[in-house]
Design a protein around this ligand. Structure first.
Ligand SMILES: *[C@@H]1O[C@H](CO)[C@@H](O)[C@H](O)[C@H]1NC(C)=O
Length: 324
């Protein structure tokens, strides 16, 4: 090889290396620039949060708005996850605080939940207000008193209307404050005495219209469940301790309804005129048919919610100074 040729290939090698270096440098610059843009986005959110936090007195930001702000930050990556609107009617009794503590701490483990707590009371109580504040969940706190003619004796509770007024108050709030086709989510009636596996909420988020699943320890059975047709995978009936031939023999804890559908059917409410024990069944018939139900929890083979009952405690004395 001639010297000039050798020199040529030597220089060509350097040229290629140089080009490679340029390429790598440019790529690095782009990556670093992108990273700073993302960083500064996060920084700005952080600065915004701190500024709002600093001036919260002047801005009169409520505790709820501050919590919302924190959730915004925490849920940056989960914008597409539909919100679960969990409606919890509650009333005063000795175990109320214990029950609500359990429920709120379950919800702490679930992303993107909006908890709607409705007290059966003339006025909202400090007990519930404090519990909500402490939970740092996104909460709407309402109250709706059950009319006296529907008050219950303990032993008859299973067949009496309970929660009608409170669930309706929550539905009215949803319909007055959320917008069809804009707000996205799923509505679930989450009584304060049941026990919930957090996997249930992953199922609830899948609901397109009305989703159903088994409920443990209810109606005198270890589990009540929709029965699926093995050929079609659709609901063909129910295993239920009471009137399995109801159009929807499903406990309140055993279904969830898409927000779109809830907002599109403003007349769907609970009512005292619904036959006792048929609340769920009549309510669901506003929205869907048996054939349309979406079986969840692995084709209704898993139990993620139980109808637990906390024993009424035997309290013979009251120690002053405690909010128990
Ligand atoms: C549920 O059942 C359907 C049809 O019956 C089947 O295609 C599907 O794989 C099942 N899903 C699960 C999670 O078992």
């Amino acid at each position: 090889m001639k010297l000039s040729d050798r020199l040529y290939s030597f220089y060509a090698g350097i040229k290629m290396k140089k080009l490679g270096m340029y390429f790598i440098t440019i790529c690095s610059i782009i990556v670093i620039w992108k990273l700073t843009v993302i960083e500064s986005g996060v920084d700005r959110l952080q600065i915004l949060r701190e500024a709002l936090d600093l001036h919260k007195e002047e801005l009169q930001l409520s505790q709820q708005q501050l919590i919302l702000l924190e959730h915004l930050e925490a849920n940056r990556d989960q914008k597409s996850v539909p919100t679960i609107y969990a409606i919890t009617p509650t009333y005063y009794r000795y175990v109320q605080k214990a029950e609500l503590t359990r429920i709120s701490q379950t919800l702490k483990l679930v992303p993107n939940v909006h908890w709607i707590v409705v007290e059966d009371a003339e006025e909202k109580t400090n007990l519930v207000r404090n519990l909500i504040l402490e939970s740092k969940l996104i909460v709407t706190h309402l109250n709706a008193k059950t009319p006296p003619f529907e008050k219950f004796k303990d032993k008859e509770r299973w067949k009496k209307h309970r929660g009608v007024e409170q669930r309706n108050a929550a539905l009215t709030w949803l319909r007055n404050n959320l917008h069809l086709n804009i707000d996205k989510g799923v509505v679930y009636f989450m009584d304060d005495d049941n026990t919930y596996n957090i996997k249930l909420f992953q199922e609830i988020r899948k609901v397109k219209k009305v989703g159903v699943w088994p409920v443990g320890l209810v109606g005198g059975l270890n589990v009540e469940t929709p029965i699926l047709d093995s050929a079609t995978g659709k609901v063909k009936g129910y295993r239920s301790g009471w009137k399995p031939n109801r159009p929807f023999a499903i406990d309140m804890a055993g279904f969830a309804i898409n927000l779109d559908l809830m907002l599109a059917k403003p007349n769907a409410m609970f009512s005292y005129t619904m036959e006792k024990g048929l609340q769920e069944s009549e309510f669901l018939s506003y929205f869907t048919t048996k054939e349309e139900l979406e079986p969840l929890a692995d084709n209704c083979t898993k139990v993620y919610v139980w109808h637990t009952r906390t024993e009424k405690p035997n309290v013979n004395g009251v120690v002053e100074g405690f909010e128990v």
